[in-house]
Ligand binder design. Structure first.
Ligand code: SUG
Length: 416
């Protein structure tokens, strides 16, 4: 049976704060801070367990091989000679944000009836531009069954593609055909617009989407300039519900009209700027939530605990769930280590609609496999990383050993 499975990126042993993402306010404000990779990864596991406790199927992806010495070599340097910002880019654990791994079109939406995945090229940010090779290898392993899946390479540069973070799907149920929305940016004022309109068009063609069930909508320049470097920082959709900030789209009236024309059943839950400013939305990350359908029915928002700390936001959310709307429950999770780099609960997961039996079982989370992962993290993940640690050659060995222990525990040595 087709069901939605959230695949979370396990937070890698080199998780650090290097301030690499222009336009991502949290990344810039925590540049140079000391990170806690062990705590970070354990927070991620606890979030997966919380979702399993809600009755939701869960999968995971493993961290990529870091530092990426092949990438450094292609730049004509090595770990010792690289400038600090290049060294940090080679070490980045940014593949944890699985919402940027790929764009996924479930089987009911596609011409050949298979689930299509296009790995994101992430060309805008240097530290993310070298993720796709490792991610593609993993997608090809997890979704190897070609009767059910088609895994595509990246859209070519210069058309920036950041994957599911800029993609929303509306449908009556995950197993029925849906409307896919590709949100692109043109400009972000002082900040880059990372998603190019041509990337969305190319993915829709490759995935064989029906033109009348495909929308291209421009993200608002004001939102990007305020720090919404991905659409999922200001909007999220699940089944018939679109939960969005009033200023998410450049032309809100035509965006809603196009969505309603393509999918008349849509329930748009809009948060007005007069109640929650863009600045508060970005600080609290209330939209970077997993909007999920609970097995007992109704929608829940799995959101970062930071949302509770911004009074205007929490008040609005409490009033929303007390009302008669489709979102009835709030579940706060602690992913503070990831949040400090601009990654909330929704960033950490990639949604795939599929029959779990068609996926490589090594990527499916169970309480037992999470126990195993937790033990490896507790034994091998560094407790702290300060910026200077990245210059120590012994540190590279510690990071590689930690990942190798995880691959070994999960029987995924093939990805080494
Ligand atoms: O691309 N942060 C990531 C956060 C990605 C969040 N994903 C979604 N919104 N779906 C980014 O900006 C920070 C890395 C650093 O500064 O070291 C970083 O890459």
């Amino acid at each position: 049976m087709l069901t939605e499975i959230n695949f979370d990126g396990i937070i890698g042993p080199s998780h650090n704060y290097a301030g690499l993402s222009l336009g991502n306010i949290a990344s810039a404000s925590n540049a140079g801070a000391v990170s806690e990779p062990r705590a970070a990864a354990l927070q991620g596991i606890a979030k997966m367990r919380a979702n399993i406790a809600l009755g939701l199927p869960q999968g995971f992806f493993v961290p990529l091989d870091r530092p990426n010495t092949g990438w450094l070599e292609s730049l004509g340097c090595d770990l010792a000679s690289a400038e600090p910002h290049i060294r940090a880019a080679a070490y980045s654990a940014s593949a944890m944000w699985a919402a940027n791994a790929a764009t996924v079109s479930p089987a009911p939406d596609t011409a050949d009836g298979r689930c299509h995945l296009t790995v994101a090229n992430l060309v805008t940010m240097p530290h993310r531009s070298h993720e796709w090779t490792g991610t593609l290898a993993q997608l090809r392993l997890a979704f190897a069954d070609e009767r059910h899946f088609a895994v595509h390479g990246p859209v070519p540069a210069p058309y920036g593609d950041e994957g599911a973070a800029n993609h929303m799907r509306l449908c009556d149920g995950h197993g029925s055909a849906g409307v896919e929305i590709f949100v692109y940016g043109k400009t972000g004022g002082p900040f880059p617009a990372r998603q190019h309109v041509e990337a969305g068009k190319a993915i829709a063609r490759r995935h064989g989407l029906a033109p009348d069930a495909t929308l291209l909508i421009q993200q608002s320049e004001t939102a990007i300039a305020a720090g919404a470097f991905h659409n999922d920082v200001v909007a999220v959709a699940n089944e018939t519900v679109l939960f969005t900030h009033e200023q998410a789209f450049e032309d809100r009236t035509s965006a809603y009209a196009a969505i309603r024309a393509a999918f008349p059943q849509v329930q748009i839950v809009e948060v007005p700027a007069s109640s929650v400013s863009l600045a508060d939305a970005i600080k609290s990350y209330l939209f970077n939530a997993q909007l999920v359908t609970l097995p007992e029915g109704g929608h829940a928002l799995v959101l970062p605990s930071e949302s509770q700390e911004v009074t205007a936001v929490w008040q609005w959310l409490e009033a929303m769930v007390a009302g008669n709307g489709p979102i009835r429950r709030l579940v706060a999770v602690n992913v503070r280590q990831s949040m400090a780099n601009g990654g909330g609960p929704a960033c950490l997961r990639l949604r795939v609609v599929a029959d779990p039996a068609t996926i490589d079982p090594r990527f499916i989370a169970t309480p037992e496999s999470l126990d195993r992962i937790e033990r490896v993290i507790a034994a091998h993940w560094p407790e702290r990383i300060a910026p200077a640690d990245l210059a120590d050659p012994r540190f590279a060995d510690a990071v590689r050993t930690a990942r190798a222990a995880l691959l070994d525990a999960l029987d995924l040595g093939k990805l080494a």
